[in-house]
Design a binder for this molecule. Sequence first.
Ligand code: 5GP
Ligand code: MN
Length: 339
Amino acid sequence: MNNADLTHIKHLFSTRKRIVIVAHKNPDGDAIGSSLGLFHYFKKGNHEVQVIMPNDYPEFLKWIPGNETILKYEESPVNCDTFINNADVIFTLDFNAFHRTGTMEESLTKSSALKIMIDHHQSPDAYATYTYSDVTMSSTCEMVYNYINMLGDENSIDADTATCLYVGIMTDTGSFRFPSTTSKTHQIIANLIEKGANNSQIHNNIYDTNSYERLQLLGCALNNLKVIPQSRTAYITLSQDELNRYNFKKGFTEGFVNYGLSLQGIVLAAIFIEDKQEGIIKISLRSKGDFSVNLMSREHFNGGGHTNAAGGRSTLNLTETVEKFISILPNYNNALNNE
Ligand code: 5GP
Ligand code: MN
């Protein structure tokens, strides 16, 4: 996004606009935080704004200011399509290809609204008039902060916007510990606290609101943890039966994959979660250093993401998916053992 783009954007929003903000399917803290952060900013600027998520998201994200205004496309597609069709501008946040929005893909593809992309994933598609894409950024929330700042509107960041943006920076950096966390990230976090984000309360709301059943499911996942020392790899499986046993709810398995990576000497961690309803195995991959799980997921598991965190899926059954994973590991042994 260059100076000419910023001048155009400033001009664009100098009059009241109908704005729709969308993020990816199965939205996480960064998707919800960036969308609602931008929502509060535009509300303050007296625009008409609607946030639409493709589907539902975990309970631990439902306290975020503005949550009650979010529409879910899967729940009310006709209503959501009206907003999309009437929008002057659509912001697409925390994703960069329409297929990442699931059933919203068709409406977004058809829409003639001006599109603005703000995203930190690799290989952005070319659908947006203005693309702010930077894979070095910790989070889309950090980029939304920069975007508001670049437009000279930093002073209009209120406590609600600050809270939303804090959430996404915190969750996407693993609480400020992943390599994407820079001094700039910390400076922005400091500014957000000054603007009213209650950091301690936010950590509590996200991380310390576990249900007993979720912790029991974590126990089951840790019991299933396997290590492949020669590939410096650890993986976890969860079958649909196991999920049912602990009364699985959306978001329960968030963060489980990181336990594998916390083992000394492990460079690659995976979790395979059976979803009988969708007929797929949902895969999350995490790595340390330069080992790219984005490439591994793109090559073998119909997904993608970042160098150290990626997602994917498999239509094989759980056992076959794990066998496939184990069978491809020797191809990566050199890279894994050089980390
Ligand atoms: P998770 O494992 O938490 O689902 O995803 C890890 C990261 O990879 C997130 O940044 C997420 O947005 C991204 N990601 C997850 N699934 C996919 C996918 O199917 N395609 C792409 N391109 N990115 C994904
Ligand atoms: Mn993100």
